[in-house]
Design a protein around this ligand. Sequence first.
Ligand code: GDP
Length: 250
Amino acid sequence: MTQSATARSNDSDIPSDPAVREALAWTQSARFLTTASLLTQLPPPTLPEVAFVGRSNAGKSTAINTLAQHRRLAFASKTPGRTQHINLFEVGPLDAADARWADLPGYGYAAVARGAKLRWQQVMADYLANRHALAGIVMMVDSRHLFTPLDQQLLDFVSQRVATGEVKLLVLLTKADKLSRNDAAKALAKAQKVLGQLATDDADISVSLFSALSRQGLGDAALTLRQWVPRAAPEAPEAPAAPAAPLSPA
Ligand code: GDP
């Protein structure tokens, strides 16, 4: 398991590492694609997808907006009637997106009627278990509370796909600015212990402190997301026209 508690914890507005700059430029290309309430309404799984999941209020929308450097990109999912939908974003060059992000409904919000809750949890479970394009999951967990029973259930639910390495996992311990340095280090250690239970030789699991406010962990999160998506092969330069072969020996 990788962890990145200290690396670049003071991301300035212009990171000096070119790889981080490139990764942030990539995450900032995120734009809204479509919204779906059923898996069948999603576009064909032609690009790798990364799902953003988290308990309501964990800071998921804020994290997506911070990665995208777009104040309201993920807040569409908060408008009444949209809370149970999967919102899809496209990332990469405008004319050649290379990945999609799926903002899945937040879970554990008490005020939602039981029927609706079950229905959307089913949509989410269905997506996480069956979507072939799913390449990675970013799970937002409030650094002050760490994994709630619902987060644990979700981890159990995806553990099989994570164990084989088919689906990568990044846990962002959000709102890290609300913790002292010492408490943040303790939270990170506790989260690593929990995630250690999912670790296998093939699994790709990372955990990082994250703050939208201070931008702690932003560069690392962008780098991880960028690394999950294979780069499009650079177009081969056009081969110089071969001299026409003589039809018959001169
Ligand atoms: P979501 O329900 O998971 O999408 O959560 P939101 O992104 O709406 O965040 C929930 C609350 O936490 C909001 O009041 C945010 O302003 C606050 N919040 C989110 N991220 C941070 C952070 O990094 N630091 C602080 N201090 N507050 C945050």
